[in-house]
Design a protein around this ligand. Structure first.
Ligand code: ADP
Length: 550
């Protein structure tokens, strides 16, 4: 007879994170720059109380377990209260990316069957316009206090968030849910097709929170003041609203104020030690800080991911500002963290140049995620840092299907089923460090060989005159596709096509050097701040390559 463990059964529930933070870190602050323009100060204890009041209010509105509570909102304390108040009480928090096209927002809200829509003040005109198309929404809630409620609106029975919360007494006990209950939904941004929903559970969210707080992951602690620049509608701000509660960190939420100046001022006034965001937001912050000749006084490290972090950006942050950059890879389907680049004892023995090369990669998996690379026939490829293949993953916070889609997306590796195909092409080296070469749809296929657009972009970004760069495949009569470099110059910088192409010499194999350069005023970005390569390819589809390599 096997012996069973004799430990308490405690389901892994999102409400337990909040209870923990409120009980053991009650006075640790949650600071929010509000849409209304001012700075609001709260604490974990106050957020916990208001989340319970919100849970009561949602029940009073008739919300039943499983109902979807949607948000169109920036990073702020009311959004945090919706995260906890909805998931904690058995409802499902559905964060919608407000930067999507209005028709996509309506499509997503209808697909998810959202029952309640909570939104920030600046989205009132958008919601008024969308409302007739939102077939399942029963209640519209404006995330403001009474004094900011509009005098008139076309929305039927528009509710006031603070009024709903204040009307309740907070005498509410979080239900003991099954830990596999759905807690939140997030849709992929649809960069490569229709948006698809990933439905997270309490269990997956807690496992992700534990793992992402580890020292070799985000290294979150009670000594940190954490400012997620990554929006709470972009894969739950990479889980930080949960991991901050888990460790008792102070949380600083920037609202819609994401320009370099506003962010810098908030970093300094609140003593931010750690942040996280996509490369494009750092471009804005670095440009501002450099142009003003400023320094950071408390900011020590940041996670950069969502798209490849150019090595030049890492160098600037590290050498000019003393900020450690942790390059990370993940995706909506992974809640989102998969890998982070941190060196272990073995890698720290390597020469500095090799260490730097490892840190530029997307990194090592965290426990809880397994990964490998496979060829098109499903066979595992060697971890030699050279063989590029389709990256597949599995783990406790990886989806096993998309919302509302019965067909399993999973694939087999050498006959073993149960792996999620990421759609990314990557190498893995002998240290277990993974490097994304491309999204499979962005790979440039030149004469049967693959060229990594990310490698070419990283080189361009190291040129002092380049603000932003993208490399896409341009049609070529002989080679099928050849790389085309598209560049946004820094203001007042002068550089020619020839100088940029010459910059590649000695930095990459000659046959991989782009054929041509196009200068543009700006690059198209997706709703999550990534370069929209599909659109760029479309914009430049008639571009004739200026030269054809032999
Ligand atoms: P979407 O798929 O809609 O763009 P996600 O935020 O889920 O939204 O994007 C995940 C994808 O972003 C990954 O599959 C990968 O292609 C890309 N990505 C994420 N992090 C990195 C990184 N550090 N380097 C390169 N690509 C990355």
């Amino acid at each position: 007879m096997s012996l069973m463990g004799q430990m308490m059964q405690q389901p892994l529930l999102i409400s337990s994170l909040l209870q923990h933070a409120a009980r053991h870190f009650p006075n640790v602050e949650i600071v929010s720059k509000r849409v209304e323009g001012d700075v609001h100060r709260s604490t974990w204890a106050a957020v916990a109380r208001r989340s319970r009041q919100l849970a009561q209010a949602l029940a009073r509105l008739g919300c039943a377990p499983g109902d979807r509570i949607a948000t169109l909102a920036w990073n702020g304390y009311r959004h945090l209260e919706i995260y906890y108040g909805s998931s904690g009480s058995g409802l499902v928090c559905h964060t919608i990316n407000p930067r999507l096209f209005p028709e996509q927002i309506a499509w997503i809200a209808n697909d998810a069957q959202d029952a309640v829509l909570c939104f920030d003040l600046n989205f009132l005109p958008l919601v008024e316009k969308l409302a007739p198309q939102l077939t399942s929404v029963r209640h519209f809630v404006l995330m403001v206090g009474r004094s900011h409620m509009p005098a008139s609106t076309s929305l039927p029975n528009l509710l006031c968030f603070d009024e709903l919360v204040d009307a309740e007494d907070g005498a509410y006990s979080w239900p003991q849910l099954d830990e596999n209950t759905a807690s939140s939904i997030c849709y992929t941004s649809g960069t490569t097709g229709n948006p698809k929903g990933a439905v997270y559970s309490h269990r997956s969210t807690l496992l992700h929170a534990y793992a992402s707080a580890l020292p070799d992951a985000m290294n979150c602690s009670a000594r940190d003041t954490i400012l997620p620049v990554v929006p709470m509608f972009h894969v739950n701000a990479w889980g930080l609203p949960y991991s901050c509660a888990l460790v008792g960190a102070k949380l600083v939420l920037p609202g819609p104020h994401l320009d370099g100046k506003s962010l810098y001022e908030l970093f300094e006034s609140e003593g931010v030690t750690f942040s996280a965001g996509v490369p494009t937001v750092w471009l804005g912050l670095i440009t501002y800080v450099k142009s003003q000749g400023l320094k950071f006084s408390s900011f020590k490290r940041t996670v950069i991911g969502g798209s490849a972090c150019p090595p030049a950006m890492m160098t600037t942050l590290q050498q000019d500002f003393g900020v450690e950059v942790i390059h990370a890879w993940g995706m909506t389907e992974l809640s989102p963290l998969g890998t982070l680049s941190k060196l272990g004892t073995q890698q720290l023995k390597l020469p500095p140049d090799e260490q730097r090369k490892l840190l530029e990669k997307q990194g090592h998996v965290i426990y809880g995620i397994d990964m490998t690379i496979i060829d098109d026939d499903g066979h595992a490829l060697p971890w030699d840092g050279q063989s590029a293949g389709n990256l597949v993953v599995r783990g406790g916070w990886v989806i096993d299907r998309y919302y509302g889609m019965p067909a399993s997306p999973l694939v087999s590796v050498d006959g073993e089923p149960g792996w999620f195909p990421t759609g990314d092409v990557a190498t893995i080296d002998a240290h277990g460090f993974m490097q994304i070469t491309d999204r499979s749809k962005d790979v440039i296929k030149s004469g049967g060989e693959w060229i990594s657009s990310i490698d070419l972009e990283n080189i361009a970004m190291a040129h002092p005159a380049v603000h932003e760069a993208a490399v896409i495949a341009a049609k070529h009569p002989k080679w099928d596709e050849r790389p085309l470099l598209v560049v946004v110059k820094k203001p007042d910088a002068a550089v020619t096509r020839e100088e940029l192409l010459a910059f590649y010499e000695g930095r990459i194999a000659k046959w991989q050097i782009p054929d041509d350069v196009v200068f543009v005023a700006e690059l198209p970005h997706t709703a999550t701040g990534k370069i929209q390569k599909l659109k760029l390819r479309d914009q430049l589809k008639d571009h004739v390559l200026a030269q054809s390599p032999a």
